[in-house]
Design a protein around this ligand. Structure first.
Ligand code: ATP
Ligand code: MG
Length: 569
């Protein structure tokens, strides 16, 4: 490819909305152009990179026996009603949907479990045809609340989604492990530093889920891991071992104390001279369901934090968020800051963290403005809470296997593998005839990779002040041959010859034959980030060119005849 022939415009300025390096650099280098929030055109160079990532994905999935298909983007409401997800997705507001000419409702696929289950159930009739795994690479549509960071969180983005169908759980285990292997090879081949972590399986349930995180400071996800044991989990899911809750002793008489204006844990510690671990703060949340919003009260040890993702899973809601002042006043009858397990409105669900189970003589609020209680014994002074693990694990705490301390790092979720079990097959009546002759629901798994997000993550991990430094396996071209002065025939001739020879030798090469000043050209090529550069300049007449590596900046003048060997390394 000749760079002079492609639409390519590098920008001097960063786009105003670019907050992270990958967005800034991909936009400035002309790889992507924004059409609307979270919607981009991929330039020829970007598309080459996306195709390379896609091809690595294809090769590794097919090595594990998966087959590529292509499903429709436009999907009818009916199949989403069968799975029971239509109302849910509408309520979440993530799905683009519309009404067609005939008055039927359709959506633009945010994911394809419904379509693939429909497809497979009509074809696979017997256990003898199982297992199977099918995948596609295609645009997905999600009306994200905050599309941002360029390709990281788009509203239309390129995803690989695979789906496995097995006869039983042990079959699913094998399919899941195969995808785990494939994913590790895929991200390794893309040249990325990543970590596989335990993930929250959310309201979808299922028995296992792992995310693949590309490590980057700008990542939206926090990860806790333990160097000693290899434990690693998304903070949304992570558990830990912490010091035991201090013994409160035998239950004593309840005492109510006036605490005017004392609301926070810090203020209470000072006021009562009592350690935070002997207090239970009570936080009121609103849990949103398809058809209602419900207040939930959560008790947490004073020195610990609530994990809202765990809470959301426990109450099986679409979303949970801190309750507004009005709700707090309604369910506690008190101002914000005085909520407690005592005096709560009867029908409010009360959840307490496991660290509070068995705790005695706690300090808590009592739903009365200006008062707190000492010697609170749940079950005696208020209803018995539902004790669950709702605690946010933190760096420095012990790994759940007790082998070492947890360390925090940040990551970008590029892939997610998920055991679905029979959730969709049962709901959608997708069965096969098992060996015993009985209709049996498929045991399913689903496996996603954000292809466009993976490419952006590669830039997030591989760039410097001058621009992108593509990992060689997914660079749009591995080598650029740059003619410095297109008016000098010896440069043009040698450049053209080198370009032709490299292409002939099967090396992925482009020719920079654009007419621009050498300074501007160097800057541009640094920004574009091709791994290897051959500059045909002043010494072209002697058959000498400059060979350099984008990553290290190492440069050397070498005879043009040695270029091929250098490229092959
Ligand atoms: P996130 O938590 O980042 O919103 P998700 O968990 O909703 O992502 P999945 O449904 O697991 O995403 O989708 C599979 C993969 O698709 C993700 O691991 C991610 O790499 C990619 N992906 C998801 N949403 C987006 C998006 N808005 N833009 C680009 N890639 C995305
Ligand atoms: Mg995910």
């Amino acid at each position: 490819m000749r760079l002079s022939t492609i639409p390519l415009a590098t920008l001097r300025e960063d786009p105003a909305d670019a907050e992270v390096p990958s967005h800034r650099l991909l936009a400035r280098a002309g790889y992507i152009q924004k059409i609307a929030a979270g919607i981009y055109v991929y330039s020829p160079l970007m598309w080459r990179t996306l195709r390379k990532v896609s091809n690595i994905v294809r090769e590794e999935l097919e090595r594990e026996g998966a087959h590529e298909i292509l499903m429709p983007i436009l999907q009818p409401k009916e199949i989403w009603e069968q799975s029971g997800r239509w109302a849910r997705y509408l309520a979440e507001g993530l799905m683009f949907h519309m009404v067609d000419k005939r008055g039927s409702e359709v959506c633009l696929g945010p994911t394809h479990e419904e379509v693939v289950t429909t497809y497979v159930k009509r074809i696979i009739k017997s256990y003898k045809q199982l297992p199977i795994n099918v995948y596609q690479i295609q645009d997905k549509f999600r009306d994200e609340i905050r599309p941002r960071f360029g390709l990281m969180r788009g509203r239309e983005f390129l995803m690989k989604d695979a789906y496995s169908f097995d006869i039983d759980e042990s079959g699913l285990d094998a399919s899941y492990r195969a995808m785990d292997r494939a994913y590790r090879r895929i991200f390794e081949r893309c040249g990325l530093a990543f970590r596989a972590v335990e993930a929250d399986s959310g309201a979808i349930g299922g028995s296992g889920s792992q995310e693949f995180m590309v490590l980057a400071e700008t990542g939206e996800d926090a990860i806790l891991y333990c160097e000693e044991s290899g434990y690693a989990a998304n903070v949304e899911k992570a558990t830990s071992i912490i010091s035991a809750t201090p013994d409160g002793g035998a239950p004593k008489d309840l005492e109510k104390h006036e605490t005017p204006g004392i609301k926070t844990v810090e203020q209470l510690v000072e006021f009562f001279g009592m350690e935070a671990a002997r207090m239970a703060k009570t936080v009121i949340y609103n849990a949103t369901y398809e058809d209602r919003v419900e207040p939930i009260a959560v008790m947490m040890r004073g020195d610990l934090e609530i994990n809202e993702v765990k809470l959301c899973g426990i109450v099986d809601a679409l979303a949970v968020g801190l309750a507004d002042e009005e709700t707090v006043k309604r369910v506690t009858g008190a101002d914000v800051g005085f909520a407690g397990p005592i005096g709560l409105q009867d029908d409010v669900r009360l959840i307490a963290d496991l660290t509070l189970q068995g705790a005695t003589n706690l300090l808590t609020g009592c739903c009365e403005t200006g008062y707190h209680c000492l010697n609170v014994n749940p079950g005696r002074d208020c209803k018995s809470p539902d004790y669950r693990d709702v605690r946010l694990a933190r760096a420095g705490e012990r790994s759940p296997d007790d082998k070492g301390a947890l360390v925090e790092t940040r990551g970008i979720e590029v892939g997610h593998i998920f055991k679905l079990g029979t959730k969709y097959s049962s709901a959608m009546d997708a069965t096969f005839i098992a060996e015993d002759g009985k209709p049996t629901p498929f045991v399913m798994g689903c496996y996603g990779i954000g292809v466009s997000r993976t490419a952006a993550s590669a830039v997030e991990q591989n760039h410097d002040d001058s621009g992108i430094v593509w990992p060689r396996p997914i660079a749009p071209f591995e080598v650029v041959v740059a003619i410095l002065d297109a008016k000098r025939s010896e440069q043009v001739e040698l450049g053209e010859k080198l370009y032709a020879d490299l292409v002939e030798a099967g090396i992925d090469t482009c020719l920079d034959d654009r007419k621009m000043s050498p300074g501007a050209k160097f800057k541009d090529l640094d920004l574009l980030g091709f791994p290897l550069r051959v500059v045909v300049g002043r010494r072209a007449g002697e058959g000498v060119v400059e060979f350099s590596h984008r990553a290290t900046g190492d440069k050397a003048d070498i005879p043009a005849t040695e270029v091929l060997d250098r490229v092959r390394g």
